[in-house]
Design a protein around this ligand. Structure first.
Ligand SMILES: Cc1cc2nc3c(=O)[nH]c(=O)nc-3n(C[C@H](O)[C@H](O)[C@H](O)COP(=O)(O)OP(=O)(O)OC[C@H]3O[C@@H](n4cnc5c(N)ncnc54)[C@H](O)[C@@H]3O)c2cc1C
Length: 445
């Protein structure tokens, strides 16, 4: 394996992507300083931020294997080999995601972040600084200035800065002031609110454990992912406004009536529904696109800082981890030219980040609306049959994204090509049948 020339890296943000990248850099022999604005979540009683659990799939698993933490992560992960749809009448429909043995995995965001931070700190060449909020970056030095818990400011200087400080990144904010930096952000009309289904009395799960549960209601939906302790994290993806909106539910009666009407089978599973609903905030859902993600050999962005996406394909974290793998590979390919490494990383990842951003928005429509549609279910069955009959040629789009490391943009191109071929074969077969019928009719006349 090519050796990277040891350098001093500053990683801004010790969330999921930052902690994985710090591990990759430390493994490659670099000196790494990691700065995080929040307190150390292994010591403080704080949530790790958004969403309590997340779906981990093949791209993320690959990175976690490379940094040597996958076994520990998988100990607490709950496999979800399929989705369980809940009708308004309580009818359940199960749909496997992939082939036998394939599953996405529900993991705790906080638990995963703790494992990653422990792994980071096992490296002697890494120093972590918590309660250090990045205020600004000097792109040319390069250096970053942080405000620490006591209000004082410190400046860290290194050879390169990796901005992994999430969707509202301070590092990216500085890059936005560069000439010809492209940036856009788009909020969905929907937000999300998290609720809890606790474990059953005496332990165990109150619903099917090994499934991602969905209550699809056309223009809105609620989902639930299992946790290792028997509970589920329930997430309502509803519009802010309108007849199905968060803002319409003002009183206890409004809240109860809405849940009883749309999610009647979930209500008895949530004894703290009213309290959770009124206490927990509504989070917004944003897509951020920007570029370039790199500045000379000085600064690179990664994860949500480079490309925040909506969570409906369960890929934001997986994509961030895949960025880490790609950046590490680029640094290996250009061991003595970091500017070239950053540039080739950006060129390789940008179209893929744009692709998964589009797929994530499309999948929202599929999850909330189509999964309950009989025609859609038939299409999924046809896809499964084709996968069985032609395993070397046909892979359904969801499986390409979740169970392979085919680049995201390539999954879109390949899915289109598969569809075109199927259409050609179908229309070719129809044309052949028509010709045979016409020939038979002529022969008989
Ligand atoms: C509701 C919801 C559900 C999701 N479900 C999934 C899922 O199932 N599967 C999946 O793959 N993805 C999912 N995601 C997406 C996933 O959470 C993100 O893509 C992932 O966390 C990105 O990692 P990151 O390290 O880039 O950013 P983050 O995890 O946000 O980490 C950024 C870190 O930087 C720190 N920080 C921020 N600003 C500063 C600053 N100025 N100075 C210093 N530190 C700073 C933050 O405190 C944080 O620790 C979901 C997201 C949401 C909102």
């Amino acid at each position: 394996m090519p050796t990277q020339t040891p350098q001093n890296y500053i990683v801004v943000g010790a969330g999921l992507g930052g902690a994985v990248m710090a591990n990759y850099l430390a493994q490659a022999g670099h000196t790494v300083e990691v700065y995080e604005k929040r307190p150390d979540l292994r010591q403080a009683d704080i949530s790790a931020g958004r969403s309590i659990n997340l779906a981990l799939s093949v791209r993320g698993i690959h990175a976690l294997k490379e940094i040597g933490v996958i076994d520990e992560v998988m100990k607490e992960a709950v496999p979800m080999p399929g989705r369980m749809m809940h009708g308004v009448d309580g009818e359940l429909t199960y749909q496997p995601y992939g082939n036998k043995g394939e599953a996405i995995h529900s993991v705790s965001r906080g638990g995963l972040n703790c494992i990653l931070l422990d792994a980071v700190e096992k490296h002697e060449n890494v120093t972590t600084f918590f309660e250090h909020r990045c205020l600004d970056v000097d792109m040319d030095a390069p250096s970053a200035t942080f405000e620490s818990a006591d209000g004082s400011t410190v400046t860290a200087t290194g050879d390169a800065i990796i901005g992994t400080d999430g969707a509202f990144s301070a590092v990216r904010a500085r890059m936005q002031r560069m000439e010809r930096f492209n940036y856009s952000q788009d909020y969905l009309a929907h937000g999300y609110k998290e609720l809890t289904i606790p474990p059953a009395d005496g332990g165990g799960y109150r619903m099917e454990k090994n499934a991602l549960h969905i209550w699809p209601r056309e223009s809105f939906m609620t989902i639930a992912l299992p946790n290792a302790d028997g509970s589920y994290t329930v997430t309502c993806f509803w519009p802010y406004d309108g007849p199905y909106g968060f803002n319409r539910l003002k009183t206890d009666d409004d809240i109860e009536a809405f849940f009883n009407k749309w999610f009647p089978d979930a209500v008895p599973l949530m004894p703290d529904l009213l309290n959770d609903y009124k206490t927990n905030p509504v989070g917004s859902l944003v897509t951020v696109r920007c570029g370039p993600w790199n500045y000379r050999d000085k600064v690179a962005l990664l994860g949500d800082a480079a490309h925040a996406i909506v969570p409906f394909y369960g890929q934001g974290m997986n994509c961030a981890f895949e960025d880490c793998t790609a950046l590490n590979e680029a640094l290996n390919r250009h061991p003595r030219d970091r500017a070239a490494a950053f540039e080739s990383y950006y060129q390789a990842r940008k179209e893929n980040a744009d692709a998964i951003a589009d797929l994530a928005i499309q999948n929202f429509i599929e999850m909330r609306d189509k999964v309950a549609d009989p025609a859609f279910l038939r299409k999924k069955k046809r896809q499964k049959l084709l996968r069985k009959l032609l395993p070397n040629w046909y892979i359904p789009p969801y499986e390409m994204v979740s169970f392979t490391r085919i680049p995201y943009a390539e999954t879109i191109r390949r899915a289109m090509e598969q569809d075109r071929t199927i259409a050609r074969v179908k229309y070719g077969a129809i044309a052949a049948l028509l010709l045979i019928a016409a020939g038979t009719a002529w022969a008989l006349s």
